[in-house]
Ligand binder design. Structure first.
Ligand code: HEC
Length: 164
């Protein structure tokens, strides 16, 4: 009886180890499975990126540096797209589109170089960030219009000279 149990134990061990090595082989032959093991930024890391460009966007608009404002708005858009691509499994990702109307309005203000509209639509955008945080139970992350530029080594007021 003990002999049989021992044999059973050994075959179980063999089974488990074979399974393991075939798993590794499967991954090597399957780039998609390998890719799943590589690093991808978390939702919060993407949001920190959004936060930086949100602050820079404000100062670009404040100095009526429209080329920079346009660039910063695009950076926010790209980061939102990256969340949609890399954080599909998070339920909050589906809520991201609530930013669209405010983002569109900021885009119009930049295109029209309308600072009044910029201030209004940036305020709307910021309120929408917080509305989402509230609705997805991350309401303790409160964003606001920044008081000071996020970095001291970037000049937001320098505008590119128009091409002649
Ligand atoms: C889909 C709804 C949603 C929208 C819209 C949204 N956020 Fe977030 N935000 C989140 C969630 C969820 C987290 C927490 C992520 C995590 O799990 O770490 C977060 C976290 C943050 C954080 C904290 C990051 C950290 O780790 O310290 C900041 C800052 C932030 N968001 C800024 C913004 C700004 C600025 C906007 C608007 C331009 C915005 N968010 C719009 C859902 C949203």
């Amino acid at each position: 009886m003990i002999k049989y149990m021992f044999l059973l134990f050994i075959s179980l061990l063999l089974f488990v180890s074979c399974n393991d090595s075939s798993n590794v082989k499967e991954k090597v032959n399957n780039p998609e499975a390998m890719a799943l093991d590589t690093y991808k930024p978390g939702f919060g890391e993407f949001m920190t990126n959004v936060q930086i460009h949100h602050a820079k966007l404000w100062f670009a608009g404040k100095y009526q540096n429209w080329a920079l404002a346009d660039f910063e708005l695009n950076e926010i858009s790209e980061t939102i797209d990256a969340i949609k691509k890399y954080q599909q499994e998070r339920p909050e990702t589906k809520v991201l589109s609530i930013l669209n109307p405010a983002m569109d309005s900021v885009r119009v203000s930049i295109r029209q170089q309308d600072q009044k509209l910029f201030v209004k639509s940036f305020t709307d955008l910021t309120n929408t960030c917080n509305a989402c945080h509230q609705s997805v139970k991350f309401g303790f992350n409160v964003v606001k219009i920044p008081d000071t530029p996020p970095f001291s080594n970037q000049d937001f007021s320098v505008k590119q000279k128009a091409a002649r």
